[in-house]
Write a protein that binds this ligand. Sequence first.
Ligand code: GLP
Length: 251
Amino acid sequence: MKIIEAKNYDHMSHIAANIIASQLILCPKTVLGLATGSSPEGIYKELVEKYNNGDIDFSQVVSFNLDEYCGLPREHEQSYYYYQNNHLFSKVNISKENTHLPNGNVDDINAECENYEKMIAESGGVDIQILGIGHTGHIGFNEPSDSFAKMTHSVDLEQVTIEANARFFNSIDEVPKKAVTMGIGTIMRAKKLVMVVSGKDKAEILYKSVTGEVTPKVPATILQFHKDVTIVADADAISILKEKAPHMISK
Ligand code: GLP
């Protein structure tokens, strides 16, 4: 596990975007795992800039998003479909048919999950997966649980997650209570993982995730077992780790 300290949010985004860009340069046919939320927004902004400068090309890229809410139409501004389209797909030359998000609005959610997992496998698997982290230590929408979910599945969101995401909606009642997410197993099968962490409110969970006992009660702790994970954290998010386990931060 490589942990990189960034000065601030922009610096964090810059470093992470450079990692993604170098992957796209070395392997134009990359299968890219995408994440939503405020943490990776800066990465997408930088990737769009690099694309506009002619530094990277998305024409052969295939993408799979981590998760999606259930019950929000795709056109809803807070759907992850809308987010990803708005922040990346509409601004680069990725083929629409190469982009994938789980559909949280189908009648047979189990069939949707199975099919999503199958499509990822058929694409050859995710080469590089972007991740954020929730306050509960969730990755994707894998909330604390008694076991690590192996596959894409539907979940009931924790109250803390609903509260954290309420900032994006007019009222907390509008926040969906369910979502579809890649499983922890799906995420761990990605060849490389790049996590971005920003803000004081993530300092404790970042510290716990990288130093604590590996447990499904703190899903992100599983990353300790991945062989190629890079965490880029800004000064606020890394503060507790820096104080208690400075040796873990790359020099
Ligand atoms: C959401 C997403 C996660 C994301 C997390 C943190 O619930 N499903 O993929 O990592 O919350 O979001 P943010 O980066 O906005 O703090």
